[in-house]
Design a binder for this molecule. Sequence first.
Ligand code: NAD
Length: 277
Amino acid sequence: MSLRDGEIKLTGRTVFITAGANGMGFCFARRCAGRGANVVIADIDEAAAGDAAARLPSAISIGCDVRDTMQVERARDVAIARFGAVDLVLSHAGMTQAGPLDRFSDADWTNILDLNVIGMARVLRAFTPHMTERGRGHFILTSSSLALISGHPLSGFAAPYVASKAAVIGLAQSAAVALAPHGISVTLFAPDLTETGFAKGPPPDAAVPIAPSAAATLVPPLRQTPEQAVAVLMRALDDGAFLASATPRHEKLLREQVEAGFDPLAMAPAYAMGKTA
Ligand SMILES: NC(=O)c1ccc[n+]([C@@H]2O[C@H](COP(=O)([O-])OP(=O)(O)OC[C@H]3O[C@@H](n4cnc5c(N)ncnc54)[C@H](O)[C@@H]3O)[C@@H](O)[C@H]2O)c1
């Protein structure tokens, strides 16, 4: 990938981040800024995006809801107008909702898929012509350990989320194949449970909130910091790896998953025994 030379070269490059105002998105913004990149924080929370950009040496903020094609295209145009080009895009925006499988309405499914899957497709579609024209660029798509490694106890309480994040794996693989001939590369980012606003639980207006007592027994105490998750992502970028999985010992778990024929129930003992820690 043309951005790499041993490690990924970010000095003077421009990095565009959806959901960049908080959590892992902002942590990634800080890491990129620390390597000399210009940063574009695109986030639905315009005020938080402004605060985040103000903490970085060369950054702008743009209010952007990835559920709206026009907002995504406008954010792209503002970024290119300000910095001349966009080299790397972290497509990170996503949402979750917890509840029993049979309680999610059509609207619940549509909302999650619209943001988590089509939101990523909108970002890919908006930036692909720009990168193709330049013959270089890099996309990072954020999935989740819940989709990458089956059998997690929480996965049975988050069907639309897990399905959407599995779709992101397919989208990233498809994009990697489609875009490689144009000099554009792709990384699949799969954070594990990470201490951000997102991991604090379902939003208060979730239609089918999980009972707090059930959540307490299901959520393992081990959570990573955003810095730990983003360190894994930076390493994958430096190594030119497709997969940036923050799950400890994920290689072993992925092998076990293949050996189990992708049967999630066969993976349950790995979680029960705390093998992922
Ligand atoms: N935190 C975890 O445990 C965890 C684990 C695996 C994957 N993820 C993924 O990470 C992403 C969430 O990031 P985080 O955990 O760093 O969360 P976070 O809660 O700290 O930040 C989420 C940001 O997303 C923004 N946002 C929400 N909806 C948006 C939209 N429609 N368009 C643009 N921005 C929007 C919010 O304003 C906020 O700034 C999601 O894609 C999620 O699936 C999180």
